[in-house]
Design a protein around this ligand. Sequence first.
Ligand SMILES: C[S@@+](CC[C@H](N)C(=O)[O-])C[C@H]1O[C@@H](n2cnc3c(N)ncnc32)[C@H](O)[C@@H]1O
Length: 334
Amino acid sequence: MKQSALAVYRCPVSGGALRLEDAEKLGEEVNSGTLLTADRRYPIEKGMPVFAATEQLAGTARFARNYYASIADSYDENVHVTFDLFNESELEVRLSMINLLNLNPHSKVLEISAGTGKDSELIAKRLDESGELWLLDISPDMLVQAKAKIRKYPARTEAAIGDACHLPYGDDYFDALYCFSGIGHFNDQKAALKEMARVVRPGGRVVFLEKNVPPWLRDTEYGKILINNNPMFADPDPLALIPVEARNVGIRWILGNAHYVVDYTVGTGAPVGNFDLELPSYRGGSFNTRYFGKVEGITKESKALYEKAAKKCGMSLHEWLDSTIKEKALKDLG
Ligand SMILES: C[S@@+](CC[C@H](N)C(=O)[O-])C[C@H]1O[C@@H](n2cnc3c(N)ncnc32)[C@H](O)[C@@H]1O
């Protein structure tokens, strides 16, 4: 970790700034030490801050740390199976995903669940010395390998051990965020996807993939074979997880039609429509008057009368009703 990373790392629990203590440094590089807030301490081990200690991990996060520790050394030899199963090229699939990030050489990129860094290296190749690549994974055994793979590239690189559900970064820092096959392990997938939108600046890109048999294949033998082999293929599709900040959302099933890819551009809050726009129609009014201006019901007879009156006055239903209610209310209110 570089000392300057303190400007970006935040306490994953409180979101507060961190201070560095007992640092053992080589130039800018901090190899060991402690990151602190008033009431929390995070050790730096092998140059990586550890934001999620093993004893604090529960559920799927604990499982993932143990499982990936056991397969970290053989992961790179075996991961091709995921692609061979569907007669697809690992490199082509990974590159097509990375293309969705719209990177330029000075992009600041965060990769979550970077694992042994198979994509980290492909991303690092696209950055120059003004670019930044930050990695996060719950498994130190996987991440040390990723760190080694990207060391030779010119971009600034950082790696941290942490849980995707509580990201240890400040708001709006990154231009792009990438997560290839990690979401299925997260304890709280909705929180993790919200966190992704938080740390990427408005206008930045988010891309993630996870295994998933889509609804139309669930009852086929093909779908059943996949789900039988790994129940994660039966997890719900990601639509309900996508945060309100997502704009121009793309969702496709690729890699054997059994993995979803979601890509979107980050916006601010929920979208805003031009909902005061007057609608040139018999009903008249706007989306906003129809939504916010709902009043108690009236009798069938009054409704027929007001429709007739509006027509006679050459007004839309909205104009007649709004002006009539306003006139009567103002009169009654004196
Ligand atoms: C299937 S591997 C994918 C690795 C890499 N992205 C790739 O494409 O080869 C899943 C990765 O997710 C990580 N992971 C699991 N749960 C996590 C969590 N809660 N937060 C961050 N990473 C997690 C695992 O440690 C593992 O490295």
